[in-house]
Structures are given as structure tokens and as C-alpha cells.
Design a protein around this ligand. Structure first.
Ligand code: ATP
Length: 442
């Protein structure tokens, strides 16, 4: 069928605001997905791969909510079948820009004046256009270059309708064992809460400031940064911030051509992530390559604080102790108790200390440096399955960020072994000393 005549596209042309139209579009996409799988089956392609491919295509056609959900699946190894995660990695969030007139109206409504008054220059052509927002370059009257992230009109209603459908699908999925094991409703609830947060740009702006404050005074303060927010020009649907001129971290050729040292960059990225998560309490929760840049001075610049993770004081203390129990004291009973206190394990067994010992064995071997986060994540997921454990969201989130770091390591510093690096080990020792002190003081 010609794409321009599919019901989904026709529906897209009229305002899709009601649940009924979204249910129709979702069912239609599910039906084509099913058809595609059947056809592939007849053509004797492996069924799992065909189903994953069809699901990816349908998610892309259904728009923002599903694209975000697909990206979540892609970055959750161990929870979903590998073939599905792989397929979803290619799901990009790029859509044509909204009509310039509607963008003008959003700015007028949010900032109280037309962009031509508020800014010395405003470029109506965006530099990036994703499903929730688009980003426009502009210049303030002071001469400073800025970018303005502007929310697409109508996105809120559309997401709300999609979320309602997903909630029902998740409730149905929980009737099955697999649905319960992956906590389908919880995944959707969590996902919905994140998406709603992402719709208030003041939350994102506040996270940028909070993250910067948590690294201020540490040795990372001048090695990793985020754009300055212009609060006077920031509202729920408009975020104005400093323009950052930098290259993507996964553009290895450009990073090398600019004379930056891959090991230095990766060390900074890894340690500042650990520092912000295990000491500071707030970390960037979406370090995909479009959000991690390198500026001409060789500093890492993080963009897009739409997703952040937080560990409260108590959790940070437990996590630091867990690290010591596993890596230094080899006290696996204590490590098991720590996991229990994190709320992660609901069932214990006589074998838990032994299982924990086996899980951490690769960490303690001489080949310590070769341990892969991916391998670790898979093992952790298996252990969680065996113990009916549910890893706290933030722990999973920090794990995902380590997977990104690992990916950039392969690109920029393939021979670097963080656990053989004296600065990394020095940093870990600092954490361990702190944890021992906390243990001594109860
Ligand atoms: N401060 C900035 N300076 C320069 N470019 C920026 C800045 N902020 C955002 N951009 C550009 O806009 C793109 C999208 O920004 P951002 O990631 O914040 O939006 P998003 O809608 O959340 O996108 P995504 O869904 O890809 O995460 C960035 O990848 C970058 O190219």
C-alpha cells in the first residue's frame, strides 16, 4: 500500500488528540506488524528477527511515545530479548520540523513577546528536530549565542493518549509469566513518569543546575560541563541556554583531528559519572552520543538533562559499602544484605553468598581490567531472575550509562583498561576509604 494512504498517515494529518484515534492507529500498526511477520515467516526468515524488525517499524510509524519506548528497550540489555534490543538501537528520533507559524505562537505564548523582540536574532530553521521538541539557534541582545529548545504544540495530549493505551497493554501483559517477570506495568509507569517530566523544561533546566552544583568543588568541575541556562527565557515549553560549539564524542576521527586524548576524555567521563552518582546524588541518565560532546578546550559537554537519576543519602552509603564488600572485603553475606537493603532482593536462599561470590568472580580475577560492563549487566540480570530480584531503577540507569561509556571506550581508547589505570584506581580507593569511615561510624 502506498504509504501516503495508510490510515496512520491520514490520522496524523488531522489532530490526533483522542484516545479512540490513537487506539485505531495502534491496532492498525499492530496488524501490519503481524502481517509483515507472517510474510517473513513464509519467506523463511528467522521468526524472532522478523518479529523484532516488524515491531521496530511499527514503533517508528506510531511516533514519539513509541520511539521513546523503543529507545528504552534498546538500552535495557537483559530485560528484553537481545534481538529486539539490537533492532531498536537503530530507532532514531528525527522528524520534520513543525510549521514555523506554530513555533512562533509557542514562543509568543511562553515568553510574552514575538521572537523578533525577545532575541536580537532568531533562526526559524531548527538545528535539530525530534518528536518532543526542536532546537533553534538565536542571539540575545547582549550578543551571546544561544539555542532555544521549543516543545512541539499538542505533544502533551498525544503522549497522554498513547500512555493510556500502553498502560492497558502492560496490564494485559502481566497476565503472563514473562510480563510479570519484567514488571510490565512498572516499566510503563516509570516510563510515563519520565515522559511527563520531560515535558516540563523547567525540570530539565533545574537538573542542569543541580548536576553542576554537585560537581562544583570537585576536580571534575572544569573538565566536564553543561550549557548555562537562561532562566529569564525559560518556561515549561521553552528552554533557552548557552550555545555549545562542540563535536560528538563518537566522532572519533574529529576528536583525534582536534588533538584530544581519548583516554583522558574517557577517564573524565567515567569518573565524573561515578562521582555524580555515588557521591553527588544526581547523574545524567541518557549519555547517548548525541548528548556527549567534546569542546575545543577538550572538556566534555553534556546536553539534554531530560532524564536524570538520583540516589538519596542512604542509598549512596549502601552503594559505597556494597562496593567495598564486593571488591575489597570479599564479604558476600554483607553484599547480599546490602542488596536486600536496597530493596532489590525479595527472596534469599542458602546459596545467596555463594551466588554472589560467583557473580563477582570475574571482578576479582587478575584479568580484572578486562571485565565488560555488558557482561556484568547480563550476569546481574540473570542473578536478578534467579532471586526474583528487582534492581532499583536508578541502579539500572547508572548501569546503562556505563554501557555508553564502554561503547565510547571501544571507539576512542580501545586499549585502555580503566581498572588498570592509576587515576581510576586512586578514585576507587577514595570511595573505599569513605565507605570504611562510614562503616566505622555506623
Ligand atoms: N546548548 C546547545 N548548543 C548547541 N546545540 C545544542 C544545544 N542543545 C541542544 N543542541 C542540539 O540539539 C540536539 C537536540 O537537543 P536535545 O537532545 O536537548 O533535544 P531532545 O529533543 O531531547 O533530543 P533527543 O530526543 O535526540 O535526545 C542536540 O543533539 C544538539 O545537536
Amino acid at each position: 500500500m502506498n504509504e501516503s494512504t495508510t490510515p496512520e498517515l491520514l490520522l496524523r494529518r488531522v489532530p490526533i488528540t483522542t484516545e479512540v484515534t490513537r487506539v485505531g492507529a495502534t491496532a492498525w500498526q499492530a496488524a501490519i506488524g503481524g502481517g509483515q511477520v507472517l510474510l517473513d515467516g513464509l519467506r523463511r526468515r528467522p521468526l524472532a528477527a522478523a518479529a523484532a524488525h516488524a515491531t521496530r517499524d511499527r514503533f517508528a510509524a506510531l511516533g514519539p511515545t513509541y520511539v521513546k519506548l523503543g529507545q528504552l528497550i534498546a538500552s535495557s540489555p537483559g530485560v528484553f530479548p537481545g534481538v529486539l534490543s539490537e533492532e531498536f538501537r537503530t530507532l532514531l528520533d528525527r522528524v520534520p520540523p513543525a510549521d514555523p507559524g506554530t513555533i512562533h505562537d509557542v514562543l509568543l505564548a511562553e515568553l510574552g513577546a514575538p521572537p523578533t523582540d525577545v532575541f536580537a536574532e532568531f533562526d526559524p530553521v531548527p538545528i535539530a528536530s525530534a518528536s518532543i521538541a526542536q532546537v533553534h539557534p538565536a542571539r540575545l541582545h547582549s550578543g551571546e549565542r544561544v539555542v532555544i529548545k521549543i516543545q512541539r504544540p499538542g505533544i502533551e495530549t498525544r503522549l497522554a493518549a498513547d500512555l493510556q493505551i500502553l498502560e492497558r497493554v502492560a496490564a494485559t501483559a502481566e497476565l503472563s509469566r514473562y510480563g510479570r517477570m519484567v514488571s510490565a506495568t512498572e516499566i510503563v509507569d516509570d516510563f510515563g513518569a519520565n515522559l511527563r517530566d520531560e515535558l516540563d523544561f523547567r525540570t530539565e533546566a533545574a537538573s542542569i543546575d543541580e548536576w553542576r552544583a554537585c560537581l562544583a568543588g570537585t576536580r571534575f568541575a572544569d573538565r566536564v560541563r553543561a550549557p548555562q541556562v537562561h532562566w529569564d527565557l525559560t518556561t515549561t515549553r521553552v528552554l533557552t541556554m548557552e550555545y555549545v560549539d562542540a563535536i560528538r564524542i563518537d566522532d572519533a576521527a574529529a576528536v583525534r583531528a582536534a588533538g584530544h586524548d581519548g583516554v583522558d576524555l574517557l577517564r573524565t567521563l567515567l569518573l565524573s559519572l561515578l562521582e555524580s552518582a555515588f557521591r553527588g546524588g544526581i547523574f545524567h541518565g541518557d549519555l547517548h552520543a548525541g548528548n556527549v560532546l567534546v569542546d575545543p578546550e577538550g572538556r566534555i559537554v553534556l546536553l539534554d538533562f531530560g532524564i536524570v537519576g538520583r540516589f538519596d543519602d542512604r542509598t549512596r552509603v549502601i552503594l559505597r559499602r556494597l562496593l567495598v564488600d564486593l571488591m575489597v572485603r570479599n564479604d558476600f553475606d554483607a553484599a547480599g544484605r546490602a542488596l536486600f537493603r536496597l530493596g532489590a532482593v525479595r527472596r534469599t536462599s542458602d546459596r545467596s553468598a555463594e551466588d554472589m561470590r560467583q557473580f563477582t568472580a570475574p571482578l576479582r580475577r587478575t584479568s580484572l581490567a578486562n571485565v565488560s560492563y555488558t557482561q556484568l549487566g547480563r550476569q546481574l540480570a540473570e542473578l536478578a531472575k534467579a532471586y526474583d530480584a528487582k534492581l532499583p531503577r536508578e541502579l539500572v540507569l547508572v548501569g546503562k550509562q556505563l554501557l555508553y561509556v564502554e561503547r565510547y571506550m571501544k571507539l576512542l581508547a580501545p586499549r585502555w583498561r580503566p581498572l588498570n589505570d592509576s587515576e581510576v584506581m586512586g578514585y576507587m580507593s577514595g570511595l573505599i576509604v569513605q565507605a570504611e569511615r562510614e562503616r566505622a561510624t555506623g
